[in-house]
Design a binder for this molecule. Structure first.
Ligand SMILES: NC(=O)c1ccc[n+]([C@@H]2O[C@H](COP(=O)([O-])OP(=O)(O)OC[C@H]3O[C@@H](n4cnc5c(N)ncnc54)[C@H](O)[C@@H]3O)[C@@H](O)[C@H]2O)c1
Length: 449
């Protein structure tokens, strides 16, 4: 292993450990964190991406009195065509929703304090905006995050943090260089039920862990052979939607919400619900900041030739950690969750409930002298508090990177249909040029990272 690579590997783990220690420390609130023009001590927040997930992220911001949502950015002016037929989303409807909320809250019917933008660079140029939420298709996460850090913004980046291993590395560099607070949108880190599972496992209630299962949903093949390109809808900047991704004919099932089922923009269910279940596994096993060292396909199922979608319909891969623990990531009932099997029993998280092999495990009390994990009961609040305190949030960039990497590496093994071996210190596959080429994607110009 070369010296620089070794240093990088240690730094990832070291950052995670130092960050977790800092979580327990008291807050100090420097006044300088607030934008010059932000009223008193409110954090001025912009949403970049006003689609499906903005329906959750926006109300989660509006409920806080120390936040003011001042900008909404989307390449879509406003349309149907999202995850559900009744959803009308995009920059104008979502901006109107924000202005209506503040008009009612302030009693000022003329309130127009939130503006709509089509180009995220105009948002980043606004000096009064302190922080941005990146709620974009995955192929945009890295570029917008890096540019936001350069512009001095703190970032809430939706999961999966990255599209490729290389993108994630650039995101870490940008966050650390510009000293930004980045929270990855893996909200199960802020879920007390998951924390309870983690504390049961970390304190040995199932004995020595042997196997973890990250449970992932299935997906379909999309439109079949003979699918035809569609005209780009009025008010939708398709070139800007594609951004760094390869040029491709427009189809509604390529873009809004369904982008997740195209390898050019995402990783399928492995990086969709799989980013959550693998993140739970990483946290519960205490493996943040590193990845498993071996990955192999277990019979993943892919769309038949000619279909529009290109991501696995059924996920199935096995990975092995350096400490011998086996990770299975697969499509199985109940569609989403995580299971841990040890020498003395098992415990499973799904449906926001815990199941275990015995009542003794389920009812077990964690003593004061045992391992207790950092407490965050609201993922958004944790980000905002960290913006003020300048301390590490519950899912910092290095943690999101290793979780996203597990998903990317599993996807690569499933695509190659063979075993691949990984060196987490150098972040390269061992003696495998074909696999190493899949660690990054070329960016379509003029976009560069
Ligand atoms: N944490 C969670 O539980 C959770 C749940 C759902 C989605 N997500 C994540 O949120 C992200 C967005 O997913 P979604 O379901 O909202 O997708 P979506 O397609 O419904 O919304 C994305 C929006 O981004 C816009 N957009 C695309 N490129 C843009 C650009 N360059 N500038 C401005 N706007 C642009 C699109 O027009 C669209 O309105 C994904 O990364 C997804 O994984 C997280």
């Amino acid at each position: 292993m070369d010296k620089q690579a070794k240093h990088r590997g240690l730094t990832r783990r070291a950052f995670v450990k130092a960050g977790m220690a800092a979580l327990a420390a008291p807050y100090v609130v420097p006044r300088t964190v607030f934008g010059a023009a932000a009223p008193s001590n409110r954090i001025s927040v912009a949403l970049i991406g006003a689609g499906n997930q903005s329906r959750v992220d926006l109300p989660s911001m509006l409920r806080f009195d120390d936040v003011q949502v001042t900008a909404i950015c989307d390449v879509n002016r406003g349309s149907y065509g999202y995850a559900r037929p009744e959803h009308f989303l995009g920059r104008e409807p979502v901006r109107d929703q924000v202005n209506k909320f503040y008009a009612e809250k302030t009693g000022n019917a003329e309130y127009r304090g939130c503006e709509a933008y089509a180009d995220f660079r105009d948002v980043l140029a606004r000096k009064d905006i302190d922080a941005v939420m990146v709620i974009l298709p995955d192929h945009w996460h890295a570029l917008v995050t890096v540019m936001a850090c350069q512009a001095g913004k703190d970032v809430y980046c939706q999961k999966p943090m990255s599209l490729t291993v290389h993108d994630g590395q650039r995101m870490i560099q940008a966050v650390r260089k510009h000293e930004r607070i980045l929270q990855v949108g893996s909200q199960y880190r802020s879920n007390p039920v998951v924390r309870r599972v983690a504390e049961l496992v970390r304190n040995g209630r199932i004995g020595q862990v042997q196997r973890a299962v990250a449970i992932v949903n299935d997906s379909g093949p999309g439109p079949g052979p003979g699918w035809e390109a569609m005209p780009v809808p009025d008010g939708f900047d398709y070139d800007m939607w594609l951004g760094p991704a390869p040029d491709a004919p427009y189809h509604i099932d390529r873009c809004l919400y369904r982008f997740r089922f195209h390898l050019d923009y995402s990783g399928g269910q492995v990086t969709n619900t799989g980013h959550h279940s693998n993140d739970i596994v990483q946290w519960v096993l205490g493996l943040d900041g590193t990845e498993a060292i071996e990955y192999e396909d277990l019979g993943s199922v892919w769309p038949p030739a000619g279909h529009l979608y290109t991501t696995a319909m059924k996920t199935a891969f096995r990975a092995k950690h350096a400490n011998g623990i086996e990770l299975i990531c697969q499509t199985q009932d109940p569609g989403f969750g995580a299971r841990f099997e040890g020498t003395d029993g098992w415990v499973q998280y799904s449906g926001n409930k815990i199941q275990a092999s015995s009542d003794e495990i389920l009812n077990s009390v964690i003593g004061d002298d045992e391992i207790r994990l950092p407490v965050s009961d609201n993922h958004y609040r944790n980000w905002l508090d960290c913006i003020k305190s300048r301390q590490e949030p519950i899912e910092p960039v290095e943690v999101g990177h290793s979780t996203a990497n597990i998903c990317h590496l599993g996807n690569i093994a499933m695509r190659l249909k063979r075993k691949v071996r990984w060196n987490p210190d150098t972040e390269t596959f061992i003696d495998d040029d074909e696999a190493n080429k899949m660690l990054r994607r070329p960016y379509r110009g003029p976009w560069v990272i």
